[in-house]
Design a protein around this ligand. Structure first.
Ligand SMILES: [Ca+2]
Ligand SMILES: [Ca+2]
Ligand SMILES: [Ca+2]
Length: 477
């Protein structure tokens, strides 16, 4: 591993370009960024995420899919067993909660879908970062938003005005991951994958099943996959024929909806290890070789994998909790792609594609305004998307990791050195709000998210930081 001299570099301050007051738009917990008719739209979504599903109203936090209390609880609807810790507080929450407000990057409202959310009402939300995707499903040359607009309710919204163009009811309320792939030769030949990113209803295991629909939202296929989809579905042209496939968890679903392969060793492992313990938490696709080749790095809950484009295992490493992975040119003066792996709040690492660990460390929490008194420490956060890649911010071809899982974001290189700070505005101070015991502050809107996008379309990416009240857009110009 490389030696790191922390004092060798100073961090640069980014500039606050824009502050957006989101309070009139609901209490958005997720941001989706769309390119629409030559402009950037920021979609601010207020939703309970996976807690749209009634599964969580009677189940215990922290029980794996194989836990007997969980199985009994799911089969015997409403039964709460001794020793379980039900999400009782969710019973009183609105599972239909869904608003989306689209703004430009200066905060001007473009359109809005759904009802107002009462202000000052914290609500619980988790795993909502794949609720919405974008695809031109009607072939008119502009994308639509395709996403979960309520429990089991899959809909298509026009990005022109937020009008509901299509809607269908899926067979259960726990489908909260949506991806669209252009799978045919015609402009409207899309396949939409709706998946279960966490608990399944029996007989399905954690992360199962997936359903495939066409652009009219008619069901055309589906499957139960070994180890499920986890929280990771990527869309890519896996074989270079111009049509797109899904890498869903560890399984490649071909453009015709058939399973092409499940990655080497996964089906065997999934016979003895529950999907709750070995699902794909995050996948990165890496193109660094000859045309037609690619690699998939998978943070797989208890194992970190690198597979090739045929699903063959290149290497794997066990770890405390491989939860999230990013790829980029994170080392100074280095042209090589490096994998930045986050083991939740426990440890962060950089790896070469050859499977060598370059660096490990623990990125500290960051609370410029002080940590809210109701957040007990930096390590009780557990975010589905704890970091983002900031491509080439200095124009020297080096990428940075914007990290936000324990407070206010900052940007580091592949050796964990802080390279960019985002001077904190006074509006980022978060007021103390009671969090139910043993629950995560991020599920109630504590902490911050960061999202990287070129919002003004000048060819350089900006960093959008937000909580449920405000967004702050930073750049280096
Ligand atoms: Ca369209
Ligand atoms: Ca293809
Ligand atoms: Ca820009």
């Amino acid at each position: 591993m490389l030696n790191v001299d922390d004092n060798a570099l100073g961090a640069e301050n980014a500039r606050l370009l824009q502050e957006l007051d989101l309070r009139r738009l609901g209490a958005p917990c997720e941001l989706f960024v769309a390119a629409h008719r030559g402009q950037t739209q920021l979609l601010w979504m207020t939703s309970p995420g996976i807690f749209m599903s009634a599964l969580y109203g009677r189940l215990a936090r922290g029980h794996s899919a194989g836990g007997w209390r969980q199985v009994v609880g799911r089969v015997m609807k409403g039964l709460r067993l001794p020793g379980s810790r039900p999400y009782a507080y969710l019973d009183g929450e609105d599972r239909d909660l869904c608003t989306i407000a689209a703004t430009d990057w200066q905060g001007r409202l473009i359109w809005r879908y759904g009802d107002d959310v009462p202000q000052g009402t914290p609500y619980c939300s988790h795993q909502g970062e794949s609720l919405v995707c974008f695809a031109d499903v009607n072939g008119d040359g502009a994308s639509e938003a395709v996403g979960m607009l309520g429990p089991g309710r899959l809909g298509v919204l026009s990005l022109d005005d937020g009008r509901l163009l299509q809607v269908t009811q899926l067979p259960a309320d726990n489908f909260t991951l949506v991806k669209a792939a252009h799978t045919g030769g015609g402009p409207c030949d899309w396949t939409i994958l709706a998946g279960v990113p966490e608990l399944g209803y029996p007989p399905h295991s954690y992360g199962n099943p997936v359903i495939l629909l066409d652009q009219r939202l008619q069901r055309v296929g589906g499957a139960d996959l070994p180890a499920g989809i986890g929280h990771a579905v990527k869309v890519l042209d896996a074989d270079g024929d111009g049509l797109s496939e899904f890498l869903a968890g560890y399984t490649l679903i071909d453009h015709d909806g058939k399973v092409a392969w499940t990655a080497e060793g996964i089906a065997d492992r999934s016979r003895t290890v529950s999907a709750g313990k070995m699902h794909a938490d995050c996948t990165e696709i890496i193109h660094d070789g000859p045309p037609g080749t690619w690699k998939a790095a998978v943070a797989g809950s208890d194992m970190f994998y690198l597979f090739d484009e045929q699903g063959r295992l290149l290497w794997r490493r066990s770890g405390v909790h491989p939860q999230y992975v990013l790829s980029g040119r994170f080392l100074p003066q280095a042209a090589d792609i490096v994998l930045f792996l986050l083991h939740c709040r426990i440890q962060m690492e950089s790896w070469t594609l050859a499977g060598q660990k370059i660096w490990q460390g623990r990125l500290p929490g960051n609370w410029p305004m002080g940590r809210p008194s109701t957040v007990r420490d930096d390590d009780c956060f557990h975010m589905g998307r704890p970091a983002a890649v900031w491509h080439n911010p200095f124009g020297d071809k080096q990428d940075l990791v914007v990290y936000h899982e324990a407070g206010w974001p900052y940007a580091v290189d592949g050796l964990g050195r802080r390279r960019v700070e985002f001077p904190a505005p006074s509006s980022c101070r978060q007021a103390p709000v009671a969090i139910p015991p043993r629950h995560r502050p991020d599920d109630y809107g504590y902490g911050y998210h960061s999202f990287v996008a070129d919002v003004d379309l000048d060819g350089r990416e900006e960093v959008i930081i937000h909580d449920r009240r405000f967004a702050w857009i930073y750049g280096l110009r």
